[in-house]
Design a protein around this ligand. Structure first.
Ligand code: ADP
Ligand code: MG
Length: 340
């Protein structure tokens, strides 16, 4: 899909699981998995996004699939940069050097990591780079008025990280960031089948199970599903039936960790802001917020109102896009540029 020359300015949600790009004046133009297929021999990227994702777990030994942002920060600098360039090329084949980019980064990111993100963006053609923290972008994306002297608690559950941030007066008052989120839930399902049934299932299968029947609180009617994988003893493909009760049990330790990170931040909150959260509640964003019953579970464990954002997967890019469209109005929320 070539857009031609519409605008030079873009906003990017470079997520651990998905990358979304917003073009100024157009809205969201790209939404693809943050996956790269890499040829070990030629050292070249052979596919990105959906195409690379469809290769995960099905490659031969010369091709490797990588999620370069696995833990929420740039684990593999060169490959991330290559992926970013390829995505940008995909939306706009014409080389546009005078480009402004707003990119969101996890709230706990170090100066060195910020530098790496800035460099990547500059190498990908940006002339002006602005960074914004992910929970701030999510808050703006769901139309909270972040400039008010009022506390807003955002929990953004992505693939690699859960970011919990208390926002007031255009700034982050406190944050917790843990490397436990959607991927960890998927892994827990893989482990569950290995340990309890001696059956090895693939990541994509586990993710499908999580999205379809995973839950954080009991269902009114529990369901059974059929799961296919490789029997680790007999070494052949096998199918078994399990209940949604089992899947919930597999997910429980991960959910408990996320809830305890939320509690940690709640315990550290200044009292005036605690009072705001008591009234306004917690906002859930990110793909992990779609886990069935997660809002109810957090409500039960914190006694606070909990809301799932509308379209939680795009909240961050919508916020980042809004900042791009109104950069002067939002200058206070941008991460200050520190040069060395
Ligand atoms: P990131 O910002 O890190 O790229 P996203 O916000 O895009 O992450 O969320 C991706 C995560 O959300 C993945 O772990 C994915 O499995 C999970 N996810 C997506 N849909 C659902 C669903 N319906 N139920 C549970 N988890 C989901
Ligand atoms: Mg995200």
């Amino acid at each position: 899909m070539a857009l031609g020359i519409f605008s030079n300015d873009i906003a990017i949600d470079l997520g651990t699981a998905n990358t979304l790009i917003w073009v100024k004046g157009k809205g969201i133009v790209l939404n693809e998995p943050s996956v790269v297929a890499f040829d070990r021999v030629s050292k070249r990227i052979v596919a990105i996004g959906h195409e690379a994702r469809s290769m995960v777990g099905k490659t031969h030994r010369d091709i490797q699939t990588i999620r370069p942002l696995e833990d929420g920060v740039i684990a593999d600098f060169e490959i991330t940069e290559g992926m970013l360039r390829a995505f940008i090329r995909k939306i706009s084949p014409q080389w546009q050097p005078a480009r402004r980019m707003v990119i969101c980064v996890p709230s706990g990111i170090t100066e060195v990591e910020k530098r790496a993100v800035r460099d990547s963006a500059e190498h990908a053609g940006a002339k002006e780079v602005y960074l914004i923290s992910e929970p701030m972008a999510a808050a703006i994306g769901i139309n909270l008025n972040v400039a008010e002297p009022v506390g807003n608690l955002i929990v953004d559950i992505g693939g690699g990280t859960t970011e919990i941030a208390l926002i007031s007066l255009s700034g982050i008052v406190g944050h917790e960031s843990i490397r436990v989120a959607g991927n960890e839930m998927t892994d827990a399902i893989v482990q569950y089948f290995k340990q309890n049934y001696n059956i090895l299932i693939g990541d994509r299968t586990a993710e499908m199970i999580k999205c379809q029947v995973g839950s954080a609180v009991p269902f009114a009617e529990e369901v059974d599903i059929e799961v296919k994988g490789r029997d680790l003893v007999a070494g052949i493909p096998r199918m078994i039936r399990v209940s949604s009760v089992d899947i919930r049990q597999a997910l429980n330790p991960t959910i408990t960790e996320m809830v305890s990170a939320i509690r940690t931040l709640l315990e550290r909150m200044p009292p005036e802001l605690s009072a705001d959260i008591f009234d306004r509640g917690i906002m859930l964003t990110g793909g992990g917020a779609l886990l069935k019953g997660l809002d109810e579970r957090i409500r039960l464990e914190t006694n606070l109102p909990v809301h799932v954002a509308e379209d939680p997967l795009s909240a961050v890019v919508r916020g980042t896009g809004k900042v791009l469209e109104n950069i002067d109005e939002y200058s206070a929320v941008l991460i200050k540029n520190r040069r060395y």
